[in-house]
Write a protein that binds this ligand. Structure first.
Ligand SMILES: [Zn+2]
Length: 408
C-alpha cells in the first residue's frame, strides 16, 4: 500500500504549470522544457494525490526531492503520440507544445515524465529538480477574462470541474456561447452516470472572444483568426478537429479552476476530438453536437477507447498479443482485468451481434478500429456510434470511478 500523502504537508493551493516541447519521430521522443509558471488555482482532489488509474500514454510524477517519496502522479495523453502513428512521422521530425499541471510544491521536488511504449514498458523521458523558490517561475496573469459560473455545486477539490473555452466566437457572440454551453450542460445530465453525479460536477465558461467567427478548414481553404487556433483536417482527416496551440489554451484556462478543458468550436460542421486529460473539442451547431460532445468526453475524461471498427481493418493500432490498457476493449490476453466476471456462465463466444442480444453483456468482436481480435462488451455504446444515447455498462462504470476520484 502506498502511504497516505497529506496535501498540506507538501503543497499549497495553487498550480505549478510546466510547459515543454515534445519532439521526435515515430520511434523517438525528447522533452525540451520551455517554462514553469505558478497559477492561482488548484482544482484537483486533495485526497487522491496519486492517481489510482493506469490511463494515458504518459505519466507525470512528482517526488519530494529530499525523501524521493512519490507525492503526486497523474496520467495523460497527447497529440504528439497520435502524430507518431502517422506515415509522416516515419519521414520527418516534429515538435508539439505541451503542458502539465501539478499542485504547487512547498519544498524542492523532482518532476518526472514517463512514457509507455508499444510493448507496454514504461520509460522515464524527463526528470528535473525544481525549487519552488526559484524566481524564474513565472507568476503573472496572462488574461483577465470573465468566468461565467454555469453550475457550481461543490468545492473545486471535491468536484469534477469542467471548463468550457469558446473558439471562434466573437465578442458579439458571447451570449451564444453561454447558451451553447448551457444546452450542452443539459444534454450531459441526461446521460448516465453524469445525471447521478450532478452535485459533484462544476461547470464554468471563460468569456474569451475570437477576432473571427468559426474555425480553420484547411481542406476548403478556410482560415479564421481565432483564440485557440483549432482546425479540422488534423492528420488530413476532415472531421478530426484539434489544435496545437496548447499555450493559448492553458493561458486562458488559467483564469479559472479546471480539471477538464472542453473547447466549444462555433461552427455547424461535423467533427470533434479529445485526448485524455489534455483537452476535449466539439462543434456547437451540428445535428450530432450532443452525441459528439459526450462521446469525446468519454475519451478525454476516462480514457475510453473507440468501440467502432472498420471492416477493412486498421489492425496495427492495438497489438492483439497484448491486453489494451483501456477498460472498454479487450484482446482476451488478460481478460480477468476487464469485464470477464460480469459474464453469464453460458456464453456464446464470440457473442453474436443480434437483436436478441441487444442489451446483453458478452464478448462482441470488433472495436478499437479493427474488426478482428479486439472485443467489446456490448453491441451498442456511445463509444461506438452516434445513434446510441447511452454508454455501455463497462464505459459507465469506468466513468463512475473517475467521477468518484474527482469528488472526494
Ligand atoms: Zn462502451
Amino acid at each position: 500500500m502506498a502511504q497516505k500523502i497529506i496535501f498540506e504537508e507538501y503543497f499549497e493551493e495553487a498550480t505549478l504549470r510546466f510547459d515543454y516541447h515534445h519532439a521526435g519521430t515515430d520511434t523517438t521522443e525528447v522533452i525540451y522544457p520551455e517554462e514553469y509558471s505558478k497559477e492561482k488555482y488548484w482544482s484537483g482532489s486533495k485526497k487522491h494525490l496519486i492517481s489510482p488509474f493506469d490511463y494515458g500514454k504518459y505519466k507525470v510524477v512528482v517526488k519530494d526531492a529530499k525523501t524521493k517519496t512519490i507525492i503526486y502522479s497523474n496520467g495523460y495523453s497527447t497529440l504528439f503520440m497520435e502524430w507518431q502513428t502517422t506515415p509522416e512521422a516515419k519521414k520527418i521530425r516534429k515538435s508539439y507544445y505541451e503542458s502539465v499541471n501539478v499542485p504547487f510544491p512547498k519544498n524542492k521536488i523532482i518532476l518526472e515524465i514517463n512514457s509507455i511504449d508499444k510493448s507496454q514498458k514504461w520509460t522515464n523521458i524527463y526528470s528535473e529538480e525544481i525549487d519552488p523558490a526559484n524566481y524564474f517561475i513565472k507568476n503573472e496573469n496572462a488574461f483577465t477574462y470573465k468566468v461565467e459560473e454555469i453550475q457550481v455545486n461543490n468545492s473545486p477539490n471535491k468536484a469534477l470541474d469542467i471548463l468550457f473555452l469558446p473558439e471562434g466566437y466573437t465578442e458579439n457572440e458571447m451570449d451564444k456561447f453561454i447558451a451553447d454551453v448551457t444546452r450542452l450542460k443539459s444534454s450531459l445530465f441526461k446521460v448516465k452516470p453524469f445525471n447521478e453525479f450532478k452535485n459533484s460536477i462544476n461547470i464554468r465558461a471563460v468569456l474569451a472572444p475570437s477576432k473571427e467567427s468559426g474555425t480553420d478548414i484547411p481542406g476548403e481553404g478556410i482560415w479564421k483568426k481565432t483564440a485557440l487556433n483549432t482546425n479540422f483536417y488534423t492528420f488530413d482527416s476532415e472531421r478530426y478537429l484539434t489544435t496545437k496551440d496548447i499555450k493559448s489554451i492553458k493561458d486562458i484556462a488559467g483564469v479559472s479552476y479546471y480539471d477538464q478543458i472542453y473547447i466549444l468550436v462555433n461552427t455547424d460542421k461535423y467533427g470533434g476530438g479529445a485526448i485524455y486529460n489534455f483537452y476535449n473539442l466539439c462543434t456547437s451547431d451540428n445535428e450530432f453536437t450532443e452525441e459528439v460532445f459526450s462521446h469525446e468526453f468519454g475519451h478525454g475524461l476516462a480514457w475510453l477507447a473507440d468501440e467502432y471498427y472498420y471492416d477493412d481493418d486498421m489492425s496495427s493500432f492495438y497489438d492483439t498479443t497484448l491486453e489494451p490498457r483501456e477498460e472498454n476493449i479487450t484482446t482476451l490476453v488478460n481478460f480477468d482485468k476487464k469485464w470477464k466476471n460480469k459474464l453469464p456462465k453460458k456464453l456464446e463466444f464470440p457473442t453474436k451481434a443480434s437483436p436478441k442480444n441487444l442489451t446483453k453483456i458478452g464478448v462482441y468482436e470488433g472495436g478499437g478500429y479493427t474488426s478482428k481480435g479486439v472485443y467489446r462488451a456490448f453491441q451498442e455504446c456511445k463509444m461506438k456510434s452516434n445513434s446510441t444515447k447511452e454508454y455501455c455498462e463497462v464505459c459507465e462504470e469506468t466513468i463512475v470511478k473517475v467521477l468518484e476520484y474527482y469528488s472526494e
